[in-house]
Design a binder for this molecule. Sequence first.
Ligand code: SF4
Length: 689
Amino acid sequence: MVDKILTVCPYCGSGCNLNLIVEEGKVVGAEPANGRTNEGTLCLKGHYGWDFLNDPKILTARLRQPMIRKEGELREASWEEAIRYTADRLLAIKEKYGPDAIMGTGSARGPGNEANYVMQKFMRAAVGTNNIDHCARVCHGPSVAGLSYSLGDGAMSNSIPEIEDADLLLIFGYNAPVTHPIVAGRIVKAKQKGATIIVCDPRKTESARLADTWLPLKGGTNMALVNAFGHVLIEEQLYDKDFVAKHVEGLSEYIENVRSYTPENAEGITGVKAADIRKAMRQYAGSKKAMILYGMGVCQFSQAVDVVKGLASIALLTGNFGRPSVGIGPVRGQNNVQGSCDMGALPNVYPGYQPVTDAKARAKFEKAWGVKLPDKTGYHLTEIPHLVLKEDKVKAYYIFGEDPVQSDPNAAEVRETLDKMEFVVVQDIFMNKTALHADVILPATSWGEHDGVYSSADRGFQRIRKAVEPPKGTKPDWQIICEVATAMGYPMSYKSTEEIWDEMRGLCPKFAGASYKKMEEQGSVQWPCLTEDHPGTPYLYEGNRFSTPNGKGRLFACEWRAPLEQPDRDYPLTLSTVREVGHYSVRTMTGNCRALSQLSDEPGFIQISPEDARQYGIEDGHLLKVISRRGKITARAQVSERVKAGATYMTYHFWIGACNELTVDVLDPISKTPEFKYCAIRLERIHDQ
Ligand code: SF4
């Protein structure tokens, strides 16, 4: 008997719909479904990325039994024992050091929105802290902070399907063909329909190859280029004066701040020709429907929030809001990173982006959850190493569906942090590098084995559905968290994910009308969705009213700052982390899919320019030692003309040659997002290969 179960792809934020094909209780294939964003198409991860459900044990094995560390060894335990032990240890740490000594994560991956809602409720109501964060901190944290400041909502103002009808796409630090192939399809369609494509990227990426104009800026000079964009719009009177007068504030300060960033001065910093900067802005301002799309090339720098605000300012100056196919799109990376933010797995907001510092919002959640809630913002995930190693403030870490040893910068420091903590809980589906440091491991059900909701990158709530029975010994994430909360003396229990969802939307005006029923009927419901009879909102800011306190967009520019760790004699090259199309994130899922794991092999590659290859005597395929001030790894050389001399690139998917052994833990001062895109390294050939 063959069943087809409609669900949403578990990889990127494109939110593609697919049918899982199930034969005799086992997933045997996937086929595209007609979702709002994918319209019957899938990329290779959508087609072949389901196989980890069959636990082929290629990279690592599925977790099937709780484990507790005893006498230094992880040993199997019963669920009862593991829940009791976890609750007792957390209670003891809370009693001894206070609730702020405990940190928790949400998960942007398979668990879904309901489990994230339950996790942040657990941390806030059962533990009593706002120390809840998740991997948005290492990716689009700057988008949430920057766009909230500039526009009011920290999300895509536009929709993925609108991309193909834009007249101009300004693509900044974003390589959609690799990160979001189905979004890339929309970009190609836009080009086929006549759109102008401008790409800002140091590397000649697949996106840059599609571009009419490629602006190959030097790594780490984003703010200088964005300021120069603003300078041209002002100096050449290309901005929409009427729109700015009515709907935008901060013009005079903005003019002052971009005054010195003439295209000629910017050329000296960025390496982009002044004439190309002027041409790009004349085209952008001259288009009726201009849209900005950006990605990690904006967000993973220590000046990321400033650049996000600067890009939003370009769109504000030209009146590119409040209509279809305009606006600004931070295209969220993981399948449910938007959802984890929506559900309040962040240290400063409850679900629905309601600030924890707002007394009215806090009173509402206190009433609903029946407890007194903390009123100060919690810790950010990337601050934890410092808070543990230098300040000795955090003693316990409940890590849910994340692998910080593989995904966070300066892996050696992350390992040291985990080992110094008194208690580490890892709740996941596969054994991973972080779980090696756990005191308790709680095995969860996977995507495909439970129900729920994901949020696509363009604010679209969509149902995920159970297709197969989970392995014996695993439990849904939300159920595990409820059991720990109950054992800690704060009873939490739900009969279904829909019951959790309904509690959540009852507390979140932005999401109030997005019921399961509406998702079943429409397929996708984009927030804001205020009432039961509201269909949802494809693009934000209709009527040019922004979600800021006074309804106006805010302009922003400031001085450019160079990245912190510059190359020198000992470490003469720069390293930036990037992505590869066939793998995803820390690879626990794609690395355990037979088809995908054959596409590329450990160790990962390092892209270098032909000039540097010549200088160091390196040929394509050579095994290299890659060394930074923090660590040393092995990688295979990929000599590429797409790379500028002096710069190198590695994907962060691979376990051997994990580039986060090398990356620097410098953070953006506002969003606390690491500078994954810039650190200094040197290369050494491994001669006896
Ligand atoms: Fe899945 Fe993203 Fe590929 Fe769509 S584009 S199939 S969501 S990985």
